[in-house]
Write a protein that binds this ligand. Structure first.
Ligand SMILES: NC(=O)c1ccc[n+]([C@@H]2O[C@H](COP(=O)([O-])OP(=O)(O)OC[C@H]3O[C@@H](n4cnc5c(N)ncnc54)[C@H](O)[C@@H]3O)[C@@H](O)[C@H]2O)c1
Length: 270
């Protein structure tokens, strides 16, 4: 019987692969029989994760690249094409925030560090645009491919304090929807672009916002959980079902969407 959700043998390129969420994605897709390409800047972490995926019987290839460096991204694309000759899925996972683009309780909008704001816009938006411009070329040739952008709950409902990050992720959502039309109208319905909007997952980029050094929750984390019907943070593994659906033929008529994965945060008021 055909498995609609199969990703076996698909070439799945993941940027931000060495991060907390990326790590779970890499191991999952390798376990599912995909050929997983890990794109990241951290050689040592990337090679270790590549080895871990291979040790578990998966096919994995680490390629070092900074997603903001066009030449490095192009080089990574050339490496992937030389090795596999195709790209089936691109997950644009590289992203994050910077302290200067966040406004702590004792500061105001007028203290915003514009350099940090630009940095956050660049990483999240241009860090999605540049890999797309390279890796989507294979998809156009194949007339087939799925791009999955990693947005955030903060793109949909602005959160207090994280001024720059929310704006940047909102731009990722808009780019996702734009690209859905652009690619399907010019190259056919085999090309799909979607985004996921994770809610709150405790990872390195938000650890200091959400927990004290002793691991206890900050007041902000308590506020978040009181607005989350599930009453807890998500685990990286809880993104995987949605990603597999978007990466596989099970979502063949799905493009331009944003799937919220947040334990009910987005739907909840009081
Ligand atoms: N953790 C959450 O609660 C949460 C919620 C919503 C969205 N997200 C998004 O999920 C994605 C993964 O984040 P995470 O939580 O795993 O954080 P993370 O910091 O663990 O991972 C981010 C990864 O991106 C990499 N990266 C940063 N700049 C890069 C660059 N210029 N080139 C290449 N790689 C670069 C980092 O090295 C890191 O490996 C990000 O886009 C983040 O914004 C996270």
């Amino acid at each position: 019987m055909k498995n609609l959700f199969s990703v076996a043998d698909r070439v799945i390129v993941i940027t931000g692969a060495t991060g907390v969420l990326g790590h779970a994605m890499v191991l999952h897709f390798a376990e599912q029989g995909a050929r997983v390409v890990l794109i990241g800047r951290k050689q040592e972490v990337g090679r270790a994760l590549e080895a871990q995926a291979r040790a578990a019987g998966g096919e994995a290839l680490f390629v070092a690249a900074d997603v903001l460096d066009t030449a490095q991204v192009e080089q990574a694309y050339a490496t992937v094409m030389a090795r596999y000759g195709r790209v089936d899925v691109l997950i644009n996972g590289a992203g994050g925030n910077q302290p200067g683009a966040t406004i702590p309780p004792d500061k105001t909008l007028f203290d915003l560090d514009l350099g940090a704001l630009r940095g956050v816009m660049d990483l999240n938006l241009m860090g999605t645009v540049l890999p797309t411009l390279s890796f989507a070329r294979a998809m156009v040739e194949q007339k087939r491919g799925s791009i999955i952008n990693v947005a955030s709950e903060s793109a949909l409902r602005p959160l207090t304090r994280v001024a720059g990050y929310g704006v940047a992720k909102a731009a990722v959502v808009n780019f996702t929807k734009y690209l859905c039309g652009e690619l399907a109208q010019k190259y056919g319905d085999g090309l799909r672009v979607n985004a996921i909007a994770p809610g709150f997952f405790l990872t390195e980029q938000n650890r200091t916002l959400l927990t004290h050094p002793d691991g206890s929750l900050t007041p902000r984390a308590q506020t978040i959980l009181s607005h989350t019907p599930f009453g807890r943070f998500g685990t990286p593994e809880e993104l995987l079902g949605t990603l597999q659906w978007l990466a596989s033929d099970a979502s063949a008529f799905v493009s331009g969407t944003v799937t919220v994965i947040d334990g009910g945060f987005d739907a909840f008021s009081i």
